[in-house]
Design a protein around this ligand. Structure first.
Ligand SMILES: Nc1ncnc2c1ncn2[C@@H]1O[C@H](COP(=O)(O)OP(=O)(O)OP(=O)(O)O)[C@@H](O)[C@H]1O
Length: 313
């Protein structure tokens, strides 16, 4: 495994908005290698937006560390585009003026890409350049916010529910634009969503957050391969299977498991869908978390003592 700077790397990350309330995020350690399109999923109030805000440098963690592209979130700000759920834009500016203003703000970075911003804003029956922001619908505002993110030519895009108010065609266009940014420019994208189906076609990495903790993390293919859906009537041998969720089905039961060996007895073994794995983990927050090797930070993979010895050598 290579330890090139990860897009995101967190160790023991915790966040509380107030001392009186319980932590929103607790002891989260994870790593997102660069170049992935990562789905950030979890129930309402799980801390997805909070995590994106921490990565965007808009909030500071109350515990632990979070590195963005090998730097602190504040140092990485020029390389990061963040699209908040609320899409704050100047209501009195036109769409064209909003892009012009962004070009001026980003002049010092030398990274502003006007054609990329215009493709998202005006392409494929897009927006009228002269339309004032205050007259736009929710989905049209999202389009402007995304145009600004693409124009910034960021190395990391943090998108908080970007698809929520887009129509199906605009979603398809955005998915295409995100996938080409990832494959052609190596951009890393993290996007939160509740619609699992829309993430399946575009994302190749996944983080599931629930109850303030990270439940699943890794390449979607690897996370899925670690799970099996068993249907049968025998009793499950828990020394061979970690049962994530089991429910009655006909005269037997269906169980989503992580297998450590062949099940004993007659079981039909199938590959679960992404939705089945996520729903099982959401309904059993006591299930042991799974972080694949790629999603495990260096600090957890290699204990401090090993790194100290290497540094001393
Ligand atoms: N600015 C804030 N001040 C105090 N508490 C906050 C603030 N922002 C969020 N919270 C609380 O933190 C928790 C996590 O909120 P967050 O918005 O990060 O969740 P989320 O996973 O994005 O939820 P959703 O899917 O509903 O958008 C919630 O309990 C919320 O009330």
């Amino acid at each position: 495994m290579s330890y090139a700077a990860a897009a995101l790397e967190a160790t023991g990350l915790g966040m509380s908005y107030s001392r009186r309330k319980s932590a929103v995020l607790e002891d989260c350690s994870f790593r997102l290698p660069q170049g992935h399109i990562c789905a950030l999923v979890g129930p309402n109030g799980a801390g997805k937006s909070t995590l994106l805000r921490l990565a965007a440098g808009l909030r500071r963690p109350t515990r632990g560390t979070l590195n963005v592209l090998g730097r602190t979130p504040a140092q990485a700000r020029e390389l990061v585009a963040y699209v908040a759920q609320s899409k704050p834009l100047h209501p009195h500016l036109s769409v064209a003026d909003t892009l012009r203003y962004a070009a001026v703000l980003n002049r010092s970075t030398g990274r502003w890409d006007q054609p990329a911003a215009e493709r998202i804003a005006y392409g494929d029956e897009g927006l009228d350049p002269g339309a004032k922001i205050r007259t736009l619908s929710g989905g049209q505002r999202t389009r402007v916010a995304l145009a600004l993110a693409f124009g910034k030519r960021a190395e990391l895009m943090l998108l908080d529910e970007p698809m929520a108010d887009l129509d199906p065609l605009a979603r398809k266009q955005l998915t295409g634009a995100l996938m080409s940014a990832a494959t052609e420019q190596g951009t890393t994208i993290v996007m939160s969503s509740h619609v699992i189906a829309e993430l399946e076609g575009s994302c190749d990495f996944l983080f599931l957050v629930a109850g303030g903790r990270l439940r699943l993390g890794g390449e979607i293919e690897e996370v899925m391969s670690a799970h099996t859906l068993l249907t049968g009537t025998a009793a499950l041998d828990t020394s061979r299977q970690t049962v994530i969720e089991q429910r009655p089905a006909g005269r037997g039961s269906t169980a989503l498991v992580r297998s450590h060996g062949e099940p004993v007895g007659e079981w039909l073994a199938e590959r679960p869908t992404v939705e089945e794995v996520l729903l099982a983990h959401l309904s059993n927050t006591e299930a042991p978390p799974l972080l694949t090797g790629d999603a495990t930070p260096e600090s957890v993979q290699r204990p401090q003592s090993a790194r100290s010895q290497e540094n001393a050598a």
